[in-house]
Design a binder for this molecule. Structure first.
Ligand code: ZN
Length: 708
């Protein structure tokens, strides 16, 4: 942390840890990651915080149904979130990940309320921000769900039964007293919430008058206790929103409240980013809570729309939600390159106008990948590199005039696109930023086609001019790679290196990018396809197969746990417990009703469909280019099978020969790396990194024996 640099603090919502993250949560997190990378490249000292919201009645009930402690349930799900962010290469601050069940977070929440109560002492009773009052609301006893915070009759959004009237003594927050102060905040900060059409909705909500809200509950145990009154726990919103301060040290042990130096430097947050369904909590409640405690309010709330799913998928029982892992892993495996993250990021940010709802389609993702990444950026870079390699011995040729008008136009155009892209990044118009940058690609493509360097190079007199052209288009690609880095960080770094550029793109100053940085005489690297083309049908099938593995996980316990968490109704919470989000966004719902707990059991007849046999490993060898796979020949008694198995990281080939293993003998043969695999061998997955441990036998057993 350098004190001279300006600071920038941004957050995702603190995701509700009742089920695994889907592509909707990944969308928010990726968009934040683009902003974080961009701001770092503009010279900011960036803190990027995310976390998991682990309290509340829904988690309490889900754990009970799964027969485990709430802490065990959230430990399991929190790990899945962090693993996904690692897989997606999200550049959040690992040491600032917030779990709302952590001791420092409990201290932060209690410190915030104590601070408010302290300030209240100076006020007449009627003006105090926090007071005890009678809560009346509607509660579904079947789903243990607070359905509404008003006494009017209403049906439960989960089961449809009439919700019961409950009343209990709660702590209330005098939100009604903050109307004027909030309106003043909005008036003074016209960019407080973007996009503006959502800001207008919030302004009219506040303009219509605000009701006080209950911020504690007596009937729930799984929460942070109220200081000095442990019969009450904090209501989930007050708890979850405070996470944004925990992330920068508000609850750190030894520092009282706002005394922590990290908090002093980074609070208030510069941006809270989120989906549109939780705007009200961030733009109305949160600033009011902070005002009551005498703390600065966040500078900006940025809200995006929902990702809606392919229509044909939504009607099927299995298909109304997409997970990021299968997309990333399938694309990486099919191309034997690290392209999955870039493909997902590029698609999400290019396809949807940020702030509005968008459609999510795997088909469109593959189309975008092939058109814009494989044929566009990747292909252009490799064409230019190949020509420099072939015509100029792999050395960037000197600058010279190749066509006065065209050369000047190229420079001018590239500089204009740079300004456009930077402005778009600044305004969270990611799709526009990407389009500006890809205009540079189109221009390079046009120049190659119209100038035909491959036709001119044979004439000695034109050789220098061809060199000048290739220098300039290479410079344009260098420019575009640097500008595109926040969106497609993996491939642009490889292109950067292929053009002989040193260091990490992450450390370049995007705001100081000038034409002419590519030095003649630079030795280029070997041209390699950064985005190998995908066969769409094959890619879609592989993604589908991998999604099915997630939807029907092998471990029965895991299935039972996630089924229980998903049946409690409140699926959309993300830093959030919006009783009104019964109309959960498609992007945020986790599974469909058809996948209720019962369907996680299989009958004995289903199990009998799987033919498990003892196999004796006859030989084992590594497969070139696939560092996880081993090719095994397995004796099944009356036949020998070739089976490929992803256990190479845990077992050396020579250790396997002579071992008895369990083979799924009636699995349809499939091809991996061009080799046929006829069956599958069973292994347990151990520890954080999922190290495979083979299932074997303690006693002697003949190959081919049935396992049942
Ligand atoms: Zn109900």
């Amino acid at each position: 942390m350098t004190q001279e640099k300006p600071k920038f603090y941004l957050t995702t919502p603190i995701y509700y840890a009742n089920s695994r993250p889907h592509v909707g949560s990944a969308y928010t997190t990726i968009a934040c990651d683009v902003v974080a990378r961009y701001k770092r490249m503009c010279g900011y000292d960036v803190v990027y915080v995310t976390g998991t919201d682990e309290h509340g009645v829904n988690i309490e009930r889900a754990a009970e149904k799964a027969g485990i402690a709430p802490q065990e349930l959230v430990d399991k799900n929190e790990k899945i979130f962090r693993e996904l962010w690692d897989l997606l290469g999200i550049s959040y601050d690992r040491d600032k990940f917030v779990r709302t069940t952590s001791p420092e977070h409990a201290r932060a929440v209690q410190a915030l309320v104590k601070r408010t109560l302290e300030r209240d002492k100076a006020l007449p009773e009627k003006e105090r921000a926090i007071y005890k009052g009678k809560y009346e609301g509607r509660y579904c006893i079947y789903d243990n769900l607070y359905v509404s915070d008003t006494p009017e009759p209403v049906n439960c959004p989960t089961c449809g039964r009439p919700a019961e009237l409950v009343s209990e003594e709660n702590y209330f927050f005098r939100l009604s007293a903050y109307k004027d102060r909030l309106e003043e905040l909005y008036a003074k900060n016209p960019q407080f919430l973007v996009p503006d059409f959502r800001f207008n909705e919030v302004k009219s909500f506040v303009g219509a008058g605000l009701k006080d809200i209950s911020i504690s509950r007596k009937s729930i145990k799984w929460g942070i206790p109220w200081p000095g009154d442990p019969d009450h726990v904090f209501y989930v919103w007050y708890d979850a929103l405070t996470s944004y301060m925990t992330g920068v040290g508000f609850g750190r042990a030894g520092a009282e409240g706002d005394a922590d130096p990290v908090f002093q430097r980074f609070w208030p947050a510069d941006v809270h980013m989120m989906g549109k369904e939780i705007i009200r909590f961030h733009a109305v409640y949160w600033p009011a809570f902070l005002m009551a405690a005498g703390l600065p309010v966040p500078k900006q709330i940025v809200a995006h729309g929902w990702l809606l799913f392919e229509q044909e998928k939504m009607s099927k029982s299995k298909g109304n939600v997409a997970y990021p892992e299968p997309i990333v892993n399938a694309l990486d495996q099919l191309t034997s390159a690290k392209v999955g993250n870039d493909a997902l990021r590029y698609y999400l940010l290019r396809e949807t106008v940020f702030g509005h709802d968008g459609n999510f389609s795997r088909d469109a993702l593959i189309t975008r990948y092939n058109a814009d990444l494989a044929n566009g950026l990747g292909n252009l870079a490799s064409r230019v590199l190949t020509m420099i390699g072939n015509y100029f011995d792999g050395v960037i040729p000197g600058q010279c005039t190749w066509d006065d008008n065209e050369a000047a136009a190229l420079k001018q155009n590239v500089e204009r696109r740079r300004s456009g892209a930077l402005r778009a990044y600044d305004e969270y118009r990611f799709s526009d930023a990407v389009q500006e940058i890809w205009q540079v690609m189109s221009l390079v493509d046009f120049l190659l086609v119209s100038q035909k360097p491959w036709a001119k190079i044979a004439e000695t007199s034109r050789r220098v001019a061809v060199g000048g052209l290739l220098h300039d288009v290479a410079e344009a690609i260098r420019f575009a790679s640097l500008l595109a880095y926040p969106v497609v960080p993996d491939a642009t770094q490889r292109i950067w290196e292929q053009f002989g550029q040193e260091g990490k793109l992450a450390n370049q100053r995007i705001d100081q990018l000038e034409w002419g940085g590519l030095k003649p005489g630079t030795k280029i690297g070997k041209p390699e396809a950064v985005f190998p083309r995908l066969d769409k049908k094959q890619a879609l099938e592989k993604i589908e197969a991998m999604e099915n593995e997630i939807r029907n996980p092998g471990a029965a316990q895991e299935a039972a746990a996630s089924a229980a968490t998903e049946s409690t109704g409140d699926r959309s919470r993300a830093t959030g417990h919006d009783a009104a989000t019964s109309q959960a966004p498609a992007a945020a719902s986790s599974t469909t009703a058809q996948e209720s707990p019962a369907t996680n059991y299989i009958s004995i007849d289903d199990f009998a469909k799987i033919e498990l046999r003892v196999g004796l490993v006859k030989s084992a060898e590594r497969i070139k280019g696939a560092d996880k796979l081993l090719k095994l020949l397995i004796d099944l008694g009356n036949e020998t099978r070739q089976v490929l198995s992803g256990i190479a990281m845990a077992y050396a080939p020579e250790d396997l020969v002579g071992k008895n293993v369990v083979v799924v003998a009636n699995l349809a043969p499939r091809k991996m790396r061009g080799l046929e695999s006829a069956g599958m061998i069973l292994a347990a997955s151990d520890g954080e990194d999922g190290r495979p441990i083979l299932c074997t036998f303690t006693d002697e057993i003949a190959p081919g024996a049935k396992v049942k």
